[in-house]
Design a protein around this ligand. Structure first.
Ligand SMILES: Nc1ncnc2c1ncn2[C@@H]1O[C@H](COP(=O)(O)OP(=O)(O)OP(=O)(O)O)[C@@H](O)[C@H]1O
Ligand SMILES: Nc1ccn([C@@H]2O[C@H](COP(=O)(O)O)[C@@H](O)[C@H]2O)c(=O)n1
Length: 228
């Protein structure tokens, strides 16, 4: 590229809940000057809208009929990622236990996925320096031509301990069961389930610190850029 500027790079980071996707993606993007997209926040935002508007979460037809209504906007600065629905900041409300318990049902509806996938591709295409996009189906469906695909894993015990540390005082056993239940729903849906892309690099983070995972991904991006 002219002036020696680095080529834009697209990094897809997928994996089950609590494996460190958000923390890793944000830090890698910040370190490398890339944009950052939390696709889980988008599915949470549309779920929040469905709940707020009294849509029956157990009725996929009702969800599909209104999937195009809310305007979801994601800010992609890793230092200040934002999410709004129809102009309202929903960064807090999308993290409630109610939204967490309902998001898998809403995100399984094909019309919801089509809508959100379109938003994700458009944000990735407009990221001038490149972007780190994290979720469940980024490497398999949203950005199958990503320059680098990572699939993060960790034992259910490690993930539950991390999450209950975050949700101060939460019981590790019930947190573990909730994680496993959400992963099972996300992995078994028909439309773009949680899955590792064939060409993704799997990183088991169970015994790694967050700093080690970040360093590992930064190194992998550097290696990809060197051969681009
Ligand atoms: N390697 C690690 N070692 C210890 N703690 C970690 C590690 N990676 C992430 N964490 C912590 O685990 C928690 C969950 O991480 P994070 O939110 O990044 O996971 P996630 O995969 O994005 O989860 P979800 O899919 O549910 O949004 C956070 O509190 C984070 O600080
Ligand atoms: N690419 C994605 C990302 C997320 N989901 C769904 O959203 C839920 C919440 O994700 P978090 O990362 O914020 O925990 C997740 O459980 C999935 O149901 C998705 O389907 N595809």
């Amino acid at each position: 590229m002219e002036n020696g500027a680095a080529q834009p790079v697209i990094v897809a980071i997928d994996g089950p809940s609590g494996t460190g996707k958000s923390s890793t993606s944000k830090a890698v993007a910040a370190q490398l000057g890339l944009s950052y997209l939390d696709t889980g926040a988008q599915y949470r935002a549309i779920t929040w809208w469905m709940v707020s508007n009294g849509i029956d979460i157990d009725d996929p037809t009702a969800i599909a009929a209104v999937a195009g209504k809310p305007e979801i906007v994601s800010g992609t600065d890793p230092a200040d990622p934002t999410i709004t629905v129809d102009g309202t900041d929903v960064a807090g409300p999308i993290r409630t236990p109610e939204v967490t318990s309902k998001v898998s049902a809403v995100s399984a509806v094909p019309e919801v996925r089509a809508r959100i996938t379109e938003l994700q591709r458009s944000l990735a295409a407009s990221a001038e320096r490149g972007i780190v996009v994290e979720g469940r189906d980024i490497g398999t469906t949203v950005l199958p031509d990503a320059d680098l695909k990572i699939f993060l894993t960790a034992s259910a015990e490690a993930r539950a301990a991390r999450r209950s540390g975050e949700l101060k005082g939460a019981d590790v056993q019930s947190t573990r069961e909730a994680l496993i239940k959400r992963d099972a729903a996300d992995s078994s849906r028909k439309t773009s389930p949680l899955a590792k892309a064939d060409d993704a690099v799997e990183v088991d983070t169970t015994e790694l610190t967050l700093a080690q995972v970040i360093e590992c991904v930064v190194t992998l991006v550097g290696e990809k850029r060197a051969v681009k």
